[in-house]
Design a protein around this ligand. Sequence first.
Ligand code: ATP
Ligand code: MG
Length: 910
Amino acid sequence: MKKAWTGAQIRQSFIDFFITRGHTFVPSSSLVPGGDQTLLFTNAGMVQFKDVFLGTDIRPYKRAVNSQKCMRVAGKHNDLDDVGRDDIHHTFFEMLGNWSFGDYYKKEAIAWAWELLTGVWGIDKASLWTTCFKDDKGDIPTDEEAAENWRKQPGINLEHILYFGRKENFWEMADTGPCGPCSEIHVDRGLEFCDRQDVPGHVCKVNGDCHRFVEIWNLVFIQYNRLSLTDLQPLPATHVDTGMGLDRIVSIMQGVNSNYRTDLLMPLIETVQRLTKDSDAQRDLNFTPYRVIADHTRACTFLIADGVVPGNIGRNYVCRMIIRRASRFGLKLGLKEPFLAQVAATVIDHYGDAYPELKRNRATILDNLTREEKRFQRTVDAGLGYLDELLAVLKSQNTGVLDGRLAFNLYATLGLPFELTRDVAREQGLEVDEAGFRKAMELHRLASGAGKAFGALGGEDVDIYRNIVQNLVNQNKLGHSGVAYDPYSTLEVEGRVLAIVKDGVSVQDAEEGDRVEIILPKTCFYVESGGQVSDTGTITSYAGSGWEVQVEDTRRPAAGAIVHIGVVVRGQPQVDDPVVAQVDAGRRRDIMRNHTATHLLHAELHAILGDHARQAGSLVAPDRLRFDFTHPEAVTPEQLEQIEAGVNRDILGNHRLKIVVKPLQQAISEGAMALFGEKYGEMVRTISIGDQDPFSYELCGGTHVRETGDIGLFLITSEGSAAAGVRRIEAVTGRGAYELVQKRMRSLKQAAGLLSSQLEDLPAKTQSLLDELERERKQSFKLRQALVAAEFGQLLDSTPSVKGVPVLAAVLQNADSETLRQMCDRFRQKFSSGVVVLGSAVEGHPVLIAAVTDDLIKRGILASEIVKTIAQVVGGSGGGRPNLAQAGGKDPTRLQEAIDQVIPLVEKKL
Ligand code: ATP
Ligand code: MG
């Protein structure tokens, strides 16, 4: 081993090594895969090049080198189980890769790998092992070409070249598609790394079960296209795709026994240690919590920087889960206060140069972590306590598995993510039913109307579209990149129908009333992307007697394929018919206004709320726009007013939009805002607004107005919460704004008409009417009570006596409880001995009041008792003192019935 390299130097030397060999450096794409909804997170370097291998995307380079941010915490690649337990698997890691797209192949890939590892980095040749593909099923040829190339490497130990079967050494992207054999490079770290010495019969070996051999690099040679389970065709062009985990190579080159002891992760461990005040020895004895916290904090720091904030489903759930998991491991170390922000600050300090998005989002990252920890801390004690009880019950019943529904309840009510419940259960030797948890979560989401929780989208038959495009390319009816797409320069194109798809199959013609998908050689219809909805319009043909399809939607079912979806409203479309495709121009202009307004809104949010207010999703439709952004609290009415005013000022400034296509790197370094979940190619479209000194600069493939003045008017219609830490603004522009103003003006005018007032005087006039109404209400109340008093006077005069005692029981109309009480007082003034019980419906609710003179209380007649008994009739209850009591109820129609019970009741007591 030569001098100690830093992790950053190792990353850079990998990149430089391949740049010197003709490779183009391609920056890491986001952890949120662009344009691929089947994948939760980018999990390998090849994700951003998938379409290149599929032959549907072409790049200006044939050799590339990159260091890709990866997450393996969900789906097919889920390493969460190993994280914290071993020293080589992380949830987040960087994958170094070199790529050949139909250029060099095994010879160069192998020679360069060997040269870099042994020559540049000085790794001991004797410690390196390599594996080649030999089919365990005997169907696919052995990769002798790779083995032959390995044998040629200077100083290689020929006995270190091994063969393995499909599981280890054959790589496939999916059930069908590009695939091929691979060669892995493993390092023998020495006997002291074996953790199974005490297992009888254990032998250390490559791809074995101990920690002595570590896989560091995988070289994949893509040379076949799998058409079916049994049909493997050679590809016309062959490719190289490699992946090396940065943490692993760094730990080897730095001669440390764990990825966590490299200069990439050790600073995070040390930050935690400063907080726990553990000695080094204490730390090493209890290393698992340290590992988990370091790993998870690095992961969520990168996630939040890529726009994934903690939440309840999908990616957001994962973010929440790893934060809470780290927080719980903090509890195990005695860290009871939020602390992850301090660890994240170390991540940002160490990774910020290589990944500037971390620095840019520093405040958002730290803030989100602390908030989420606080949210978790509110329920964690209760949650863990309850979980312990559940587990104790299981153990007493000798049951090994916790019901998934219970695990879901723990999550839904006490905030314990499934993975955390499972940690705790496993620590006690129990398991949790994962399928049951997911089912309960799914049911809950469906019941709450929120849609699928874990939906792998897609699942439709991409193949038919891929085949259609492939055939059309082969017949030279389409270029290699498929249907030409230009929604920017025109709203009308001509061409011939290339294909018609009906009910999922390619057909030659269709009938009136059919729902079809039509493929043309080029289109000006926008395909939904970046929040902007698809265009609608018509496709018409003068072939035969003519036909027309009403286009309701467009989509891109496979790379290179764009289909117009709609219904045949007239005639019989046929493949090859000449057509004119026209976008609904009015609708499209509405969309363009809303899209440009979205950019203005984004800029104003930054100006007024701060840079943390980043886009977290958007919808650009013809009738409205919706914009979600990260912001921890509600936007105040004053801020909303400022934002709305700002956007309208930008509109009146009538700025010309500058739309320029330029290299991604350049745009990013100029400060253009890249959006969450978007996929960017080598060349990107940039939109800047604001003459000399642009106040808005975004990467965007959407369609926009020429000048901001075209937007007309911008009105915010609502502000609210979209998810934890995410706010949502909805707004209208142009026609929609005009219609809104018109609607509101009409109501105002109507109101003014009714009040015989000028518009401007409406508030004052309304206020004075309200005042007048209030005065009238008081007056009428007084009158009503006077009427009640008069009515009561008559009743008082004819009070019946029961066994010589005056007892007055009556229902009074329209009396409130205050009046009823006054009437009781009048009764007591008139009779020194007696019982009065009055009832009335006050605003639809029955009220009963009883009063008893003191002498009768001594004889056992209690107002509280009377009220309690008769209130049952009206479905209520009540109480009070023996001389005065009151009750309410539910059913005012039975008041008389209740009052009728009074005399018999009193009679019994006397
Ligand atoms: P392993 O068998 O060790 O899990 P893998 O076969 O899943 O590795 P690949 O999919 O071939 O790995 O990925 C290429 C390289 O990425 C690996 O050789 C390794 O260096 C690195 N790598 C893979 N998974 C992880 C992980 N969870 N954490 C860190 N590095 C990883
Ligand atoms: Mg793996």
